[in-house]
Design a binder for this molecule. Sequence first.
Ligand SMILES: C[S@@+](CC[C@H](N)C(=O)[O-])C[C@H]1O[C@@H](n2cnc3c(N)ncnc32)[C@H](O)[C@@H]1O
Length: 257
Amino acid sequence: MLNKHFSLLANPYTGNNLSKENDSLVDVVTGESFAIKNNIPSLLREEKVTGLNRLYQKRYDWIAYIYDFIMLTLSPLFGGNKVFKNIAEIIKIKSGDRVLETSVGTGIEIKNLVDHNKIGDFYGMDISYGMLKKCRQNSKNWKIDIKLVQANAEDIPFKDECFDVVFHIGGINFFNNKEKAILEMIRVAKPGARIYIGDETVKQIEKQPGFISRFYQKPDKETYAPPLKMIPRNMINVKNQFLWKGKVYMISFQKPA
Ligand SMILES: C[S@@+](CC[C@H](N)C(=O)[O-])C[C@H]1O[C@@H](n2cnc3c(N)ncnc32)[C@H](O)[C@@H]1O
């Protein structure tokens, strides 16, 4: 990512450009330095990762070891291949599109898109370095180029208007500030870009076995409602679809051209 694409990155807290110095990216104005580990720049100020963001960052760091196994074995509980197929049908990617997934996890949504012939120039960001390390390994095995960065979805470290498609699946229910994360997705989207946000509904949380539900927050309707009210009024073609008998929502909209 660094050599070819690093010009798209910016310090998420100042908006300033970054320059590469040895194993770091350095804010060209303030001198703030961000480490690059295993070719994954970590554009996070750890002290800014608080509350639920911190809680789930830590949880996913250890879940990373078993996440793919869980998804494979328990996927029927999550709607199985049908939900994956539905998601791939909804997300529109044109050849040559630059595509960002916020909360990319281990990369399985991108793999799913590629399996359904949705080929883009893929970027993934996540708050959990553990998940990203696994994603890096997966992407090598799958031979899919995914350019990775560790960051908070509420402070996306890309410059304005970089992406043709920005999507997010499965993390937003956990965020401290969903609205900020949505506004960030819109900021990094090009005019006319397509944006998608999906997660589980309260119906899914109520139905899942006890050992899984301990992982989630209590099933209140507000937390798991599709965040439609947070989509700014000037966005166009706003649509929500419920997948898998109402257990997953998938919002799509477009940034005006
Ligand atoms: C259920 S996993 C979904 C991963 C992937 N999108 C998928 O569908 O398999 C949720 C992901 O959200 C990430 N996450 C949680 N809070 C985040 C935040 N504030 N910013 C970025 N990613 C976050 C977690 O680290 C985890 O990888």
